[in-house]
Each structure stands twice: as structure tokens, then as C-alpha cells.
Design a protein around this ligand. Structure first.
Ligand SMILES: NC(=O)c1ccc[n+]([C@@H]2O[C@H](COP(=O)([O-])OP(=O)(O)OC[C@H]3O[C@@H](n4cnc5c(N)ncnc54)[C@H](O)[C@@H]3O)[C@@H](O)[C@H]2O)c1
Length: 328
């Protein structure tokens, strides 16, 4: 079987493509390289172009009649950019997704897996969420994900397509085989900032120390990107047995880790420890959330395999070789 991966030259999509290859599923990648990397498509079937480009999607599906499912990871994902440019974000993430699903319907594609996000939840007091928790995204980016989920569910209710929305928590790590990883040289998330502090010798800033968490720092559910990828392989294998016409599934570890705990883990794993300095909250930051759901285990038979330390170790390994693999 083949699978079409839109956004398959990005961080998560390229890892999914590797996990598919390892599982004997051939990925076909569609990516416009707005943030993705050509290097991540090496040796893979790759079409450079936009998900909204109807003739191109028609051509890909005509040239690969054995594509049995589509994984849609293509999106813009930078929260502050979405605040500054909501028109661009709604166009890229919502309008183009509508075009894309229209092209899929025209070609008779009936299985869609959508990359959604835990950023759509409003967490309760204990910061845990499940799939029935209130949806209340705090940024235009998060709202584009919620709108897409609702839009796909409406379409699946009326058209011959079924949709699984996978709500990712906070991916870390890289392909353990080091084929792909985070393409950005300067990631802004906490782990990226720790790696930067280690490399540059500066302190790591704990941005926000008054959140309602055990130690006041923000909390996240860090899930290894390879585990996210294998969840997609499981979703492909079990697709036809999943609730129809549309379902949502959280992909997290079920463990919340605060920024201070992440730093402790980082200093356990890293050969060069990093010092912390407390700082104020960054605009738009939230206390965070972790999943309390067992739906991924029940429906996909999936459980994360890698722990936090392994995620950090793989992120460090990737950071050390990134520049050899990616130019610029
Ligand atoms: N990284 C995270 O923390 C996170 C968390 C939750 C959900 N997600 C979701 O996972 C998906 C993948 O995220 P990522 O971290 O790999 O980001 P990424 O930027 O690395 O990957 C996105 C890919 O989509 C491509 N793309 C964007 N718009 C396109 C278009 N119109 N046509 C074709 N290709 C297009 C980009 O070139 C890139 O390769 C996104 O949908 C994102 O919303 C990411």
C-alpha cells in the first residue's frame, strides 16, 4: 500500500514517512517546502507543490492508484506568526485544507488522517485533558486546527470520506535512525532553548514561574516524535475499524512535565549542564496540559515507547548532526 503524506518534508511528516517505510508502506510526499526540507525527501517519491493545487493532486493520485490513505500534516505552525497574520494562517491552514479535501473527494480518496493539536484544548484545574474536554484554542493557529477538525467532521458526515484527527501534544526527539529531525537551527520551544543555552554557554530562561503547576513553571506532555509517527502507522492499519465517520484521538504520554523538570532531565542527559534563570511569561504562553485519555491505546493499540530522557538524547544527537544533513 501507498500513503500520500502532505507536509511530508517537515519535522513530523518526514518522521511519519520513515516509520511508514520501516513498516513496508510506501510514502508519496506532497510538500511545497515553505518550511519543509528537500533533504528529507531524498530517496522518497516526492512532488513539490501545494495541497491546494488541484491538477497536481489529480496527477499524483492518477500516477499512484494504490494510494489507500492520506495523512495531512501540511500547515503553518508558528503561534506568534498566526497572531500577526491571521489572514495568512486561515488561508494556509483552513482554506487550503478545504481545497485539498475537495481534490481528495474528486479522486475518490476515502481515508484521511489529520494532524491536529492539543493546542485546541482548554485544560481543567489539574491541567489534564481527554478528547471530551472543552475545545477553546488560545491563538489563531490553534483555532485553524479546531476549524479544520470541525470542517472535516462535517464533510465526513455527508461525503464518502472518513477522518481521524490525531491531537498531538508536544513532540520532541528525532528519528532514532537520525534520517530526519527538527529542521530549525534555533527552535523556540523549551528544549530548543536548553540546547541553545548549552551550545552558547548562557543561562536557560524559565519563562513563567507563576503558573498553577507543582513548581510554577509551565507544563507539557512531551511525546517522542517517533512515537507520534508509529501512531500514524497504527492508525493506517486500523483505519477501517475506527469509529466512523470522524473520530479524534489524543497522542501524548499521559505525563505532564514542568519546564524545571525538563531542565533536570536535560542536565541528566547532556554532557554540559545548563543553569536556569527565572524570567517573566512570554506573551501567548499558557500553563499547558497533558492527556489523561486511554483512547489511543484502546483504538490504535498504541503506547509511547520512548521516555523523556530518550527524547532529549535524540534531540541532542540530531542537533549535533543537523548542519551536516541540512544546508543553510
Ligand atoms: N510541531 C508541533 O509542536 C506540533 C504539535 C501539534 C500539531 N502539529 C501539527 O503537525 C503538523 C506538522 O507539523 P511540523 O512540526 O512537522 O511542522 P513543519 O513546519 O516541520 O511541517 C509542515 C510541512 O508542511 C509543508 N506545507 C505547509 N503548507 C503547505 C501547503 N500549502 N502545501 C504543501 N505543503 C505545505 C511545509 O513545507 C512543511 O514541510 C502540522 O499540521 C502541525 O499543525 C505540530
Amino acid at each position: 500500500m501507498r500513503v500520500l503524506i502532505a507536509g511530508g518534508a517537515g519535522y513530523i511528516g518526514s518522521t511519519i514517512a520513515s516509520a511508514c517505510l520501516d513498516a513496508g508502506i510506501s510514502p508519496v510526499i506532497l510538500d511545497n517546502l515553505v518550511t519543509g526540507r528537500r533533504e528529507f525527501t531524498a530517496g522518497r517519491e516526492f512532488y513539490q507543490g501545494d495541497i491546494a493545487d488541484g491538477p497536481l493532486v489529480d496527477r499524483i493520485l492518477a500516477e499512484h492508484r494504490d494510494i489507500g490513505a492520506v495523512i495531512h500534516c501540511a500547515a503553518l505552525i508558528v503561534v506568534p506568526d498566526s497572531v500577526a497574520d491571521p489572514v495568512g494562517y486561515y488561508r494556509a491552514n483552513v482554506a487550503k485544507s478545504l481545497d485539498f479535501v475537495t481534490h481528495l473527494l474528486r479522486n475518490g480518496c476515502g481515508r484521511l488522517i489529520f494532524s491536529s493539536s492539543a493546542a485546541i484544548y482548554r485544560a481543567g484545574d489539574d491541567l489534564s485533558v481527554d478528547e471530551d474536554s472543552p475545545v477553546d484554542p488560545q491563538s489563531p493557529y490553534g483555532r485553524t486546527k479546531a476549524v479544520c477538525e470541525a470542517m472535516f467532521a462535517d464533510i465526513a458526515a455527508a461525503q464518502p470520506i472518513r477522518v481521524v484527527s490525531l491531537r498531538y501534544f508536544n513532540p520532541i526527539g528525532a528519528d532514532p535512525g537520525m534520517r530526519t529531525g527538527l529542521q530549525l537551527p534555533r527552535p523556540t520551544h523549551a528544549l530548543g532553548q536548553m540546547i541553545r543555552a548549552r551550545d552558547e554557554g548562557g543561562p536557560f530562561l524559565v519563562t513563567g514561574t507563576d503558573y498553577p503547576t507543582r513548581d510554577g513553571s509551565g507544563l507539557r506532555d512531551y511525546v517522542h516524535v517517533w512515537d507520534l509517527a508509529t501512531a500514524h502507522v497504527a492508525a493506517l492499519a486500523r483505519f477501517d475499524a475506527l469509529p466512523r465517520p470522524a473520530t479524534v484521538i489524543n497522542l501524548g504520554t499521559g505525563r505532564g512535565t514542568t519546564v524545571r523538570e525538563l531542565l533536570d532531565a536535560f542536565n541528566r542527559v547532556s554532557d554540559r549542564p545548563v543553569q536556569a534563570r527565572d524570567a517573566g511569561r512570554r506573551p501567548g504562553d499558557v500553563a499547558g496540559a497533558y492527556t489523561r485519555s486511554d483512547r489511543a491505546k484502546r483504538l490504535l493499540g498504541w503506547a509511547p515507547r520512548y521516555d523523556l530522557d530518550e527524547g532529549i538524547r535524540h534531540s541532542l544527537e540530531w542537533a549535533a548532526i543537523r548542519d551536516q544533513i541540512l544546508s543553510g
